[in-house]
Design a protein. Structure first.
Length: 81
């Protein structure tokens, strides 16, 4: 399994966990977005500084890794109260 897939699964797992643990959907979404931004930026930095990928390569992957779970979190907040 690719590292990108693992990160996406981790993002969705964190989202589900926070939504189940925190009763307030808006609060869970805010906390998720902050935590996931930090984790995904850390992943980006590891890719650039330790794995040897370029900033442009990692930025494209970061958009997917951060963006897909973030969009899911915002859609959940909007449509599932």
């Amino acid at each position: 399994m690719s590292h990108t897939a693992v990160m996406l699964i981790a993002g969705f797992a964190l989202l589900i966990l926070l939504r189940l643990v925190i009763g307030d959907g808006a609060r869970a979404t805010r906390l998720f977005l902050i935590l996931w931004l930090l984790v995904s930026l850390g992943n980006l930095l590891v890719g650039v500084y330790h794995a040897g990928y370029g900033w442009a390569e990692e930025a494209g992957i970061w958009l997917l890794v951060f963006g897909a779970p973030a969009v899911a979190a915002l859609l959940l907040r909007r449509f599932w109260r």
